[in-house]
Design a binder for this molecule. Structure first.
Ligand code: C5P
Length: 217
């Protein structure tokens, strides 16, 4: 139990960006590499958990012992998360696209004239907030927040607004996205755990240790 503190637990992780199609060859996306989420899934599996990793489009190998579900869009991610329940812990690391094109063109949109037509967008579901409101809410629900300024107050607000247990805030004013290092602060109801900058694999191990501590209480 010392070495496999998450034995018998189901941990659900989302990771990577989502791609929101415009037409058969184009999409809206973001710069998330998926590295931090994959590292958390790997660390949870090493700690003995059953792990479901719902991954957006990324170029990363599946960590050993992890069940991976590949998705493209936010709506597919929401569905895969729903299907993976119940879970004891959910760590939502994915950088879900906030918006998607209202309609997807069946054929490649031609370049006509000078400026393209405006692209009508519609809001994607908030997967984390949906999970927080679900009757099958995991006992420990953790969100991520990428911030560039006033990191802690923004994370505290997000924690309260989204009704989650922890927000793991990372300062993305440097080159965190795509990089191998990360500096995070775990914002909880009554305290903040600030970790120094370290490799994403080490950040993942510390987060998983904290998860194991919280579940053992
Ligand atoms: O509000 P914001 O997008 O900054 O919140 C980030 C957190 O919410 C992350 O944990 C992210 O995975 C999750 N999220 C989500 N679905 C969305 C948007 C964000 O699960 N549509």
């Amino acid at each position: 139990a010392i070495h496999r503190p998450l034995h018998g637990r189901h941990v659900l992780v989302t990771a990577g960006p989502t791609h929101e199609p415009i037409d058969p060859v184009r999409y809206i996306a973001n710069r998330s590499s998926g590295k931090q989420g994959f590292a958390i899934a790997a660390a949870a599996a090493q700690a003995g958990a059953r792990v479901t990793l719902v991954a957006g489009p990324v170029h990363l190998p599946t960590p050993p012992g992890v069940e991976r579900v590949d998705v493209e869009t936010a709506r597919e991610m929401a569905q895969a998360v729903e299907q993976a329940l119940p879970a004891d812990v959910a760590v939502m690391v994915a950088a879900v696209a906030d918006w998607r094109p209202e309609t997807v063109a069946g054929r490649k949109i031609k370049k006509q004239g000078l400026a393209p037509e405006p692209l009508p967008l519609t809001e994607n579901p908030d997967i984390l907030a949906g999970l927080a409101a679900s009757p099958r809410r995991p006992a420990l629900l953790i969100g991520f927040a990428a911030e560039t300024n006033d990191v802690i107050p923004h994370a505290q607000q997000k924690r309260a607004r989204k009704q989650v247990d922890w927000i793991i805030a990372n300062d993305v004013s440097g080159d965190v996205m795509g990089g191998d290092a990360n500096a995070v602060q775990i914002v909880r109801e009554n305290d903040v755990v600030s970790l120094p900058e370290m490799p994403k694999d080490d950040v993942a191990r510390v987060i998983v240790e904290r998860i194991a501590d919280a579940l053992a209480r």
